[in-house]
Design a binder for this molecule. Structure first.
Ligand SMILES: *Cc1c(COP(=O)(O)O)cnc(C)c1O
Length: 343
């Protein structure tokens, strides 16, 4: 990387912006009589949530070996993607860079913010082509690169991630929504080395709490301060903060979920062998498979008839359907249905 100055990347109107301060959350002082926020004095959830998510951040800091000031909590990582674009990308002027195929929400939020979406084609192994990456970033100077690893919907982990962080003069966001299934090291370990790095993780996949809407960003204190400045003050509700804290204190949930899903993934992999309607199962590091069918439309429709919803990726990825690992009962139903399909 060339010399790094964060302020050169941040939108000018955000640099000096004062965050909304909830007096209550930013003071150690806590009063038994709270008459400052027009809340109702009755009820179990009558108080606004902690806008700084302090307990949750302290716990995560402990687990991940970072400072609480290096953590931002979002209403799902979706919200964090939106906030990152808002912090760095000037509407109508700046661009983001993403892989193609990859997670659609990067392009969606960029488009809402009127930013150009540049896409990097992947090679036959769904890896980023380094020369194309270098060419594209020199030509267009995108502000933010969303690097999804393991990638959704292809399932593979991206090799040599550090190369992309090192050679990009903007912000690199490593989206690790599926990292728990991969056995790979997290980009969090690179944070001390790269001031342009943001790592996203989520409680929606391996932790099994998609309904709670909690995602986490790890980055430098400066970047986290900016994300926290633009977020809605009460973006993560009290119920969700308490639920996630409880899960983190138990710590078995993650291990049990991951072990179970990896076992089921193995089982499914075996079952897919010699299946007539399947052309190719791509290697996966995630909790889903990208599968090329001999006739994707037919397979997709047949599954719907049997009340199994899958994610058709064709025609964008020719012939492909994305199917995630379910419970044993769900997986058996899937396999029994697939077996019946004659291409
Ligand atoms: C599912 C998923 C997310 C998670 O989004 P949440 O808003 O945290 O539920 C993030 N990134 C990718 C690539 C995903 O597939």
């Amino acid at each position: 990387m060339k010399e790094f100055n964060l302020n050169n990347l941040v939108r000018k109107n955000i640099i000096g912006l004062q965050p909304y301060i909830s007096f209550r959350d930013h003071n150690e002082f806590s009063a038994p009589v709270l008459l400052d926020a027009n809340e109702c004095p009755f009820g179990e959830f009558n108080r606004y949530p902690d806008s700084t998510q302090k307990k949750l951040k302290n716990k995560l800091a402990d687990i991940k070996k970072v400072k609480p000031e290096q953590i931002a909590v979002g209403n799902g990582s979706d919200e964090l993607i939106d906030l990152i674009i808002k912090v760095f990308c000037e509407p109508k002027k700046d661009a983001i860079l993403m892989m193609d195929p990859s997670f659609a929400m990067y392009g969606f939020y960029a488009t809402v913010n009127e930013n150009t979406v540049l896409k990097l084609d992947l090679n036959d192994h769904f890896e980023i082509i380094k020369d194309e990456f270098l060419e594209k970033i020199n030509e267009n100077e995108p502000k933010v690169f969303f690097l999804c690893s393991p990638n959704n919907p292809t399932g593979n982990s991206i090799e040599d991630i550090e190369f992309f962080v090192r050679n990009f003069n903007g912000i690199v966001v490593i989206d690790e929504a599926y990292i728990e299934f991969s056995g790979r090291k997290s980009g969090i370990e690179l944070l001390s080395e790269y001031p342009n790095l943001i790592v996203l993780q989520t409680f929606s996949k391996a932790w099994g709490t998609a309904g709670a809407r909690v995602g986490i960003a790890y980055a430098s204190e400066e970047i986290i301060r900016l994300i926290n400045t633009v977020k809605a003050p009460y973006n993560v509700n009290t119920l969700s903060q308490e639920l996630i804290l409880k899960l983190l204190n138990e710590r078995n949930t993650l291990k049990e979920n991951v072990e179970n899903i990896l076992q089921e993934r193995e089982w499914l992999m075996d079952q897919f062998e010699n299946m007539e309607c399947i052309d190719r199962v791509f290697p996966t590091d995630a909790n889903f498979f990208l599968i090329r069918m001999k006739n994707a439309d037919q397979v997709y429709e047949k599954m719907l008839e049997e009340e199994i919803l899958t994610s058709k990726r064709a025609p964008a990825i020719p012939g492909c359907i994305r199917i995630n690992v379910g419970s044993r009962q769900e997986n058996e139903k899937l396999i029994n249905t697939l077996k019946k399909i004659q291409p």
